[in-house]
Design a protein. Sequence first.
Length: 176
Amino acid sequence: MKKFFLWQQLKNSQRGTTLIELLVVVTIITMLATIAVPTWRFFKRQTIVEQLNQLQIICATTQQRATNTQIKQIVSLDSSNQSYFFSNHSEKLFPEISFGFIAGLKGPPSNPKKLVTQAITFPDQAITFYPDGTISAGTLYLTNRDKQQYALTVPISKETFVRKYQYLRGQWISLK
């Protein structure tokens, strides 16, 4: 009889959840979401920045290879496959990142006066590195699904180097 009484009491106490229990669960889920959402946004931003950094490093090493070997080197950019090719090595852009630009974007980043119409402005979609250290001029634009916009540029000048930019609040900002 005692067993039956305990079973009835347990059964009756589990009929439903109280409002307080429900509020505790909702509060915990809200707190977890509050922590997770900014972290996820930071991660997505860092992914596109790392892709830009990787491309800059590839450009620097390819430029050095061209001057050391005295042989012209090329980094080919393939916007249809979201990939690039250099030194017998092929790389795809990170997922969710593409060669592209947001609508109404003006460029190039150093002098943004014309609407951007191409994601890659390097001649023949290739960055050419010459034995004298110069690099063909142009820009490549990277974007992601969150419409974050970055660019890698080589200006027309006697001193050739690669620059990185971020498009933020309607203007281009040079990155170090």
